[in-house]
Ligand binder design. Structure first.
Ligand code: FES
Length: 99
């Protein structure tokens, strides 16, 4: 749980260390570091980040520890987590097939 995050806990975002406080979500940790967009839309390539902030709109998608399509606004930040921006032109994996 994020409440147990050690002092000085960090995740990485596209390889960049991002510190966070216990209880923060990935989206909150990114925003606190001034990172407000981390994916683009498929057609218009407009930037997206937090919008609803409650897990409803899916604007905040990221890849977390290799798991694509995770909502940053509801994903607890964890020490050592590998968070990556989403690229909409990359096909999603087909369940049961190797990536
Ligand atoms: S900001 Fe809407 S689902 Fe995350």
């Amino acid at each position: 749980m994020t409440e147990d995050a050690p002092a000085g806990a960090t995740l990485t975002f596209d390889g960049r260390p991002i510190p966070f406080r216990p209880g923060q979500t990935v989206g909150a940790a990114l925003t606190a570091q001034g990172i407000v967009s981390w994916r683009t839309t498929r057609r218009e390539h407009t930037e997206r980040g937090l919008f609803c902030g409650i897990g409803v709109c899916f604007d905040c998608l990221v890849t977390v520890d290799g798991q694509r399509v995770q909502r940053a606004c509801i994903t607890p930040a964890c020490d050592g987590q590998d968070v990556r921006s989403e690229h909409p032109d990359t096909a999603l994996p087909i369940p049961g097939e190797q990536a």
